[in-house]
Design a protein around this ligand. Structure first.
Ligand code: ADP
Ligand code: TRP
Length: 325
């Protein structure tokens, strides 16, 4: 199968991104043809600083490799370096009903959050994402839960295009982890953990131990004192239990049992240790990669070459089908 996914270069990659998306990428790369990129064009749709964007993009590439992506197995590149993404986006725009875009949950949320910057790119964001996926004729797209609506649009556009111009695209499937597809914010367990929210709400993949400790100790919990999985009544503890279970690779039931008759504080202290231990090798690898500029450039150049040859072939086919050539 051909697998494709991306993450925007805004903010630090956090354990939500890891458990929802990156971890799946890493396990899929052994048996599939994998293509992963940094979605820099998507990140232009919300306010950002052009002076720090390049640094942020390179940091994401380093994060991918530090977390376990293997450049020998996966093609890794930067979206804006392959111009066919924007070209296909325009072509797909002409088959995409505006109504489909206006009903997108992420668009509605971002339009509310960035009231003074509701630019056309924010509305068109899912069409660019569909272009990213369809350009490579990907079979499957590993993402967290918040992105499934966008992958669904990619399927819709593939279908519409195929009906109008003849079979061209594959309808891509989304791939979600059984658990961890939506890790919640540490300060508001009703909201998803997000890179663009306050730093206390997330734990970065490369967070220092002292900071991990502070963030977990002050994470919002619920009334009562039992360590029990209950999405409705105990959203905070349930989120922490989920993180514990995924990082320790132990079933929730076992962790509940371990902390039976013990308080939140003891549970949190144990979770702090689990998180610090889990992230330790990531920090080490990140520090090492940060000094290897030439190696990172090489990875990107190889990834770009591979991506470009697929992208050019698809665009040629699409333009022919649409009567442009
Ligand atoms: P963010 O919303 O934190 O800025 P992105 O939108 O760049 O993150 O998402 C990158 C990937 O991580 C996507 O596949 C997305 O679905 C996944 N993801 C983002 N937040 C979470 C979360 N809280 N839990 C699980 N997966 C997530
Ligand atoms: N929109 C995705 C996010 O915010 C990032 C992304 C851009 C993506 N293009 C993609 C993910 C294509 C999967 C496939 O997380």
């Amino acid at each position: 199968m051909r697998i494709l996914s991306g993450i925007q270069p805004t903010g630090d990659i956090h354990i939500g991104n890891y458990l929802g998306a990156l971890r799946q990428w890493i396990s899929l790369q052994d048996k599939n043809e994998c293509i992963f990129f940094v979605a820099d064009l998507h990140s232009l749709t919300v306010p950002y600083d052009p002076k720090t964007l390049q640094k942020s993009i390179i940091e994401k590439i380093i994060s991918y490799v530090a977390a376990g992506l293997d450049p020998e197995k996966s093609a890794i590149f930067v979206q804006s370096q392959i111009k066919e993404h924007t070209e296909l986006c325009w072509l797909l725009n002409t088959v995409c009903p505006v109504g489909e875009l206006e009903r997108m949950t992420q668009y509605k949320e971002k339009a509310k959050k960035f009231k003074n910057n509701i630019n056309a790119g924010l509305l068109d964001y899912p069409v660019l994402m569909a272009a990213d996926i369809l350009l490579y004729k990907a079979d499957a797209v590993p993402v967290g839960k918040d992105q499934t609506q966008h992958v669904e649009l990619a399927r819709t556009l593939a279908r519409k295009f195929n009906q109008k111009f003849g079979k061209t695209f594959i309808e891509p499937a989304d791939v979600l982890p059984k658990m961890g597809a939506k890790i919640m914010s540490l300060i508001d367990p009703k909201k998803k953990m997000s890179k663009t929210d306050a730093p206390q709400s997330y734990i970065s993949l490369f967070e220092e131990p002292e900071s991990i400790q502070k963030k977990i100790m002050s994470a919002t919990t619920d009334s009562g004192k039992n360590i029990k999985y209950d999405l409705v009544k105990k959203a905070g503890i349930t989120n922490l239990l989920t993180i514990y279970s995924l990082l320790e690779n132990k079933p929730i039931k076992e962790i509940e049992k371990k902390f039976k008759n013990k308080g939140y504080s003891e549970f949190k202290k144990s979770l702090i240790k689990v998180v610090i231990d889990f992230l330790k090798p990531f920090r080490k690898k990140q520090k090492e990669l940060a000094t290897r500029e030439v190696y990172i450039k090489e990875i990107l150049s190889r990834g770009k070459n591979k991506a470009q040859s697929i992208a050019q072939t698809t665009i040629q086919e699409v333009k022919e089908k649409m009567g442009l050539i």
